[in-house]
Design a protein around this ligand. Sequence first.
Ligand SMILES: Nc1nc2c(ncn2[C@@H]2O[C@H](COP(=O)(O)OP(=O)(O)OP(=O)(O)O)[C@@H](O)[C@H]2O)c(=O)[nH]1
Ligand SMILES: [Mg+2]
Length: 468
Amino acid sequence: MPDPLRLIADVATRSGEAALALAGRERVRLAVTGLSRAGKTVFLTSLVANLVAAGQGVGIGRRTLPGLAATDGRLRAARAIPPGVEATPRFDAEAHLAALAADPPRWPARTEDLSTLSLALTLRRSGFYGQVLPDREVTLDLLDYPGEWLLDLPMFGQGFGEWSDETLARLGRGLRAAPAAEFLAFAKALPPTAPAEDSLARRGHALYRRFLLTARDELGLRFLQPGRFLNPGPGGDAPVLWFFPMPEAARSSPLGELMERRHEAYLRDQRDRFLDPVFRRFDRQVVLVDVLGALHAGREAFEDTAEALAAISATLRYGRGWLDLLTGGGIARVAFAATKADHVPEVSRDSLASLLSDLVDAPRRRAELAGAAVTVHPVASIRCTEEATALHEGRPSPAVRGILLENGRWATVDPGLVPARRPPESFWNAAYFEMPVFRPPGLEANGRGGVPHLGLDSLLQALLGDAL
Ligand SMILES: Nc1nc2c(ncn2[C@@H]2O[C@H](COP(=O)(O)OP(=O)(O)OP(=O)(O)O)[C@@H](O)[C@H]2O)c(=O)[nH]1
Ligand SMILES: [Mg+2]
């Protein structure tokens, strides 16, 4: 049920926006969805740098996004809207770009807080209107945040009991069981009268958190909740975080009640801090997935990524009903992107996109059924490699070549075949291959002339082309 007050506010904003559209001022809100390390910050930095360069319309900038139709001369300018009085931190595209262009170049650090940036795109109207009406201005709203926080979205639909049962069941299975054993033993030993003692709460929380860190950093798992246990954000560690999933037998104890209150307070805090500002209202979504990373982390990590993305998308509203036309709710266009596509040679990039299609099968179908326009792309936000040939069992095979971040040396890497669907069991038995981290390429004019990429332009055309 939509909240009536929110609905009225949305309708009001929407009619305001319709008036703005008539006056040539429109707003597009883009939600970037991606689990931790999927490539959100790098994607946003490249998007900003390339749109700004394309808007300059001169030199290399003009050629930076050839597949985006508006860069055929209609895009007159793209610039970051200067800071106003926003309470949210600003996405510092310039600082990220400067670090990428530095010598030696640096990738952005893990994102630790929500940040936003709006781009103003000035566009000449097409056809006859271009001569008689003034330029249009489209504002593109962008957001960056820690990927771990996304897994909080499915938590909003559950109470403490349901979340605890589901989480504890998951902890007992597969790869999770060994690193979770100490926490599970602790939780199961809690008596039905467990006192609400600080030391007990802190011990349970510390054990559970230690498990989450191991699961993320050593096992490559992604369905890990709550997000702030892994990435606490600017608030740092605080009592609101000191809870853990509890077995039913101990949930009505004083300790159980304390855990439940903290769980509730956590969700309230995340709603204000993250959910409302980020996911309340947007009309385009790009879902970034590090498919190769998931593939190379093994079968369970791959399945875990698929499950996490499905659970997140189940909480979002896709498509456009008549109500959505009024309120602007619902996501009208979704682009799925397999990121870091420069890790594989060109011949493998179609397979990469099909593999992603398969991995996000559930969310993709959900969005399509609801009427959203859905596309799938292989993308490298920053292209770090070139095509090369490697010798594979004595025969030449396509590979990529780039500079390794760790030692600054050139290396030719043959990532092997990329399966076009979820791979069969035999695939997982082969030795796992770990993708190296490449050094970002030296950027001309500190990136101000645009950033080399693969497929960012076709992705933007599919996602935003109709609005530009
Ligand atoms: N070769 C290559 N590597 C990339 C590309 N995009 C991202 N990476 C690598 O992936 C890492 C993670 O990218 P980020 O953009 O920081 O990931 P994120 O989604 O913002 O991660 P969190 O902030 O932890 O949620 C980078 O440090 C790079 O090593 C790309 O286009 N090409
Ligand atoms: Mg980031």
